[in-house]
Design a protein around this ligand. Structure first.
Ligand SMILES: [Fe+2]
Length: 244
């Protein structure tokens, strides 16, 4: 299975605090049944000095080498969780780190918690799609300001997919997110699921979360959320992606 949203790179954001923690996260993900991870640190992030692609590349190389050294059968991809920040479009080379195959790449976009930025987000979605990127919107169930109608419109327009947090259905992010994720699933607006892990505990609990998801949604749906659709993004076949 593939985890497309994970803060596993060391000392770069509010995720892993060291290379040792990153390796422990890698081992916990493997034990949870994940063998492929897309590293997605916040970009440009929330600190005063914006994070740039070159720093992500540095930490990615560092962790990749350590994973190889330890002989862990975990495939690591480099990407980012892009904030809604005008900087992204001002300097694409520094602040956009897509994943997938050239010409068919995908971007993970963090949805703001409130709806105040809705128009800005719509404009940004349009510009990023114009640049040729397939967009994946992270955890819409945690941003109640964005209506199902608004999300549905974007999905219907194409090249735009929704990633739910695997743990939302079990209530990890509270009752509102739990109700909301159920609505997204019932309205066929869930395309991908991820751990969004920030520490070892989250990675270690991912196995149990996946088992609970299978019980609730069935094996076939979980395969789509954690294997088939992530694989389609990585191989430039996003046209094959359908919701559960
Ligand atoms: Fe995240």
């Amino acid at each position: 299975m593939i985890d497309i949203h994970c803060h596993i790179l060391p000392q770069i954001d509010d995720g892993s605090d060291s290379l040792e923690t990153s390796l422990a996260m890698a081992k916990a993900l493997l034990a949870s049944g994940i063998d492929e991870v897309i590293a997605t640190p916040h970009l440009p992030g929330l600190s005063l000095v914006p994070l740039k692609r070159e720093v992500i590349a540095n930490r990615y190389e560092l962790l990749s080498a350590a994973i190889k050294r330890e002989g862990l059968p975990l495939k690591l991809h480099m990407s980012a969780e892009h904030n809604l920040d005008p900087l992204i479009l001002q300097d694409v080379a520094s602040y956009i780190v897509p994943f997938g195959v050239p010409g068919e790449e995908a971007l993970l976009i963090e949805l703001p918690w409130t709806e105040v930025a809705k128009e800005r987000l719509s404009a940004m979605i349009f510009e990023l799609q114009s640049l040729g990127y397939t967009l994946v919107l992270a955890h819409p169930e945690r941003s109640p300001g964005y209506s199902l109608e608004w999300l549905s419109e974007r999905v219907s327009a194409g090249g735009f997919f929704l990633q739910i947090e695997a743990s939302s259905l079990g209530g990890y992010y509270g009752k509102k997110a739990q109700t909301r994720v159920r609505e997204l699933i019932d309205n066929h607006l869930a395309h991908l699921a991820a751990s969004d892990s920030h520490d070892v505990t989250m990675c270690a609990e991912f196995g149990a979360t996946i088992a609970a998801l299978k019980k609730e949604l069935g094996e076939k749906a979980v395969k789509k959320l954690l294997e088939d659709n992530p694989r389609a993004l990585l191989t430039g076949k996003s046209a094959d992606i359908t919701a559960i």
